[in-house]
Design a protein around this ligand. Structure first.
Ligand code: CAA
Length: 258
């Protein structure tokens, strides 16, 4: 796969997608989000890929929607072309594990894209924010909803209303990111975590992420029911037998992804 706005690296079962418009701080234009959707469609189908990492080239993960492209849109352009909904949200429906490795600015749509992934690993140089209010709009790719679920109402409200940025330490303290690592180690650490995830049973990893997402998208009772049904179904897999037998036999499991 070759793209104009993305770099793709395949490292065994891990695919690394690098958003690659560094001169524009990887601002998300229509081309980039369409290419990202296409790449994710491909990796979802590709049985050799077990986990995806998304990161950014240069000093940003992504500094938001491309303001230069967006500023001329009319209401009818946005509504009529189903702006955002049409091609921005594929990461949130991707069925395999997907990690955001945030190396610098993750602002506006960039922060929203990172939050669509399963979890965020941040470098100590990362900066998060929803500065849309400075442009006379508000977050439009899930920021008011996802950021609030991650960090709570008070901090989300302050960030969306003032547009201020959060550094990596604050993002870790408030639950937005899973861990902070030194900038020089970020990509290697993200790949190592992705390889670990890809070494697990693929269907079990997919069901596990579905179940964690249910905690975040449903009420507790429905989420518990969803978890219990998936948990029961895992006893129909070969990988459940293999995983548990391997533990009893004191050997590493050899999952067959079945
Ligand atoms: N869109 C288009 N171009 C952008 C951009 C964006 N979101 N962010 C940065 N760029 C461009 C700049 O215009 C500049 O290009 P030129 O060299 O051609 O002038 C280049 O990237 C480098 O940026 P700066 O010179 O501004 O770099 P800086 O270090 O001085 O500042 C920054 C960095 C604070 C991130 C600043 O670039 C900035 O504030 N960017 C905009 C952030 C923003 O408002 N994001 C929200 C967008 S709206 C949105 O995302 C809506 C939604 O919810 C979907």
């Amino acid at each position: 796969m070759t793209y104009e706005t993305l770099l793709i690296e395949i490292d065994g079962p891990v695919a690394v997608i690098t958003l690659n418009r560094p001169d524009a701080l990887n601002a998300l234009n229509d081309k980039l989000v369409t290419e990202l959707t296409d790449a994710l469609n491909g990796f979802e189908k590709d049985a050799s890929i077990g986990c995806v990492v998304v990161t950014g080239a240069g000093r940003a993960f992504a500094a938001g929607a491309d303001i230069k492209e967006m500023r001329v849109q009319s209401y009818m352009d946005a509504y009529g072309n189903d702006f955002i909904t049409r091609n921005w949200e594929r990461a949130s429906t991707f069925r395999k594990p997907i990690i955001a490795a945030v190396n610098g600015f993750a602002l506006g749509g960039g922060c929203e894209l990172a939050m669509m992934c399963d979890f965020i690993l941040a470098s100590d140089a990362a900066k998060f924010g929803q500065p849309e209010i400075n442009l006379g709009v508000m977050p439009g790719a899930g920021g008011t909803q996802r950021l609030t679920r991650f960090v709570g109402k008070s901090k989300a409200m302050e960030m969306c209303l003032t547009g201020r940025m959060m550094d990596a330490a604050e993002a870790e303290r408030s639950g937005l990111v899973s861990r902070v690592v030194p900038a020089a180690d970020l990509l290697n650490e993200a790949k190592a975590v992705a390889k670990k995830i890809a070494s697990q049973s693929r269907p079990i990893a997919m069901m596990t992420k579905e179940s964690v997402n249910a905690a975040y998208e449903t009420m507790l009772r429905q989420g518990m029911m969803f978890e219990r049904r998936l948990f029961h179904s895992m006893f129909a897999t070969n990988d459940q037998k293999e995983g548990m037998n391997a533990f009893v036999d004191k050997r590493p499991p050899k999952f067959s992804n079945s």
